[in-house]
Ligand binder design. Structure first.
Ligand code: AMP
Length: 281
């Protein structure tokens, strides 16, 4: 497994693979890798000949006052996990390598970022779309693998690839959870023991919502009221949002009749955690 820090080295390696007729799978990450990331690498391994992983805490997707500086980083641990998963290349660039002097170009989404995380983090998806476009141009993968844990991000990336005629195929992979249900996240490391326990309210509320929808609940207000009441039973939890949006347009709906995304962001202490489920009819 190679670990490289420059765009030039990535392009050289990938060109060499392409010259040998090998297909390339790509898993973009911000590092501090866990089983959720590993599941994407496993899927990439299954579907493509060579697997590249990027590890880059992307400053442009963090807003002012967010956790860019505090975001956990551990390259040795990440490299060991990638090696164990049979990854062929890690791209670990510096901020300067990605956003050089006089950097001036951004990729903006129109309405898909209006609700959910885009509402609470107004510049977030601009940063995500920009870095993912740059990474796609650098790695030039056949397939790229994203987790449903960041469901809005997944829908946005798929839209961007279609709208901008990019050649990559975007593959979605299911949410990986801890045994007790908490969705795995690099940010779980911020939680104290008491907060870790309190964080279960997210997955428990997702389970409640999914049950209600499966049992035929169609009214979004009734669903959201029940979910919010459940979250409010946990004193350490503070709701950022709980919303139901159309699975494709990401706009709010009043009735559950088409494919929907039910998603939430909840602060547990100072840590903002997300969880969701998609429901298709
Ligand atoms: P991040 O490093 O948090 O930016 O995540 C990189 C990729 O891993 C994204 O496509 C995430 O959706 C995915 N991912 C993160 N956590 C999980 C999880 N618990 N299950 C599945 N995929 C995940």
């Amino acid at each position: 497994m190679k670990i490289v820090t420059t765009i030039k080295e990535v392009k050289e390696t990938i060109n060499e693979w392409r010259a040998r007729g090998l297909s390339v799978g790509f898993v973009p990450t911000m590092g501090y890798l866990h089983e959720g990331h590993a599941s994407l690498m496993k899927e990439a391994k299954k579907q493509t000949d060579k697997v590249a992983v990027s590890i880059f805490v992307n400053p442009t997707q963090f807003g002012p006052g967010e956790d860019y500086d505090a975001y956990p980083r551990d390259l040795d641990h990440d490299a060991a996990m990638c090696e164990a998963e049979g990854v062929d290349l890690i791209f670990h660039p510096s901020v300067e390598e990605m956003y050089g002097k006089n950097y001036n170009t951004y990729v903006n989404m129109e309405t898909l970022g209006d609700e959910l995380c885009g509402k609470s983090r107004p510049t977030h998806f601009r940063g995500v779309c920009t870095v993912v476009t740059k990474l796609f141009n650098i790695v030039n993968p056949d397939k790229a693998f994203f987790g449903q844990k960041d469901a809005q991000q997944f829908v946005i990336i798929k839209r961007m690839v279609k709208d901008l005629n990019m050649r990559v195929e975007v593959i979605g992979c299911p949410i990986i959870r801890e045994e007790d249900g908490l969705a795995k996240s690099s940010r779980n490391t911020y939680l104290s023991a008491e907060e870790r326990q309190a964080a279960l309210i997210l997955s428990q509320t997702i389970a409640l919502g999914l049950d209600m929808v499966k049992n035929g609940e169609k009214d979004v207000n009734t669903l959201l009221t029940a979910m919010k009441e459940k979250i409010e039973t946990e004193p350490l939890a503070k709701i950022d949002y709980v919303e139901v949006v159309d699975g494709e347009t990401m706009q709010k709906v009043n009735t559950i009749e088409e494919s929907v995304l039910v998603a939430m962001a909840v602060y547990i202490g100072k840590t903002r955690l997300i969880d969701n489920f998609m429901y298709e009819f």
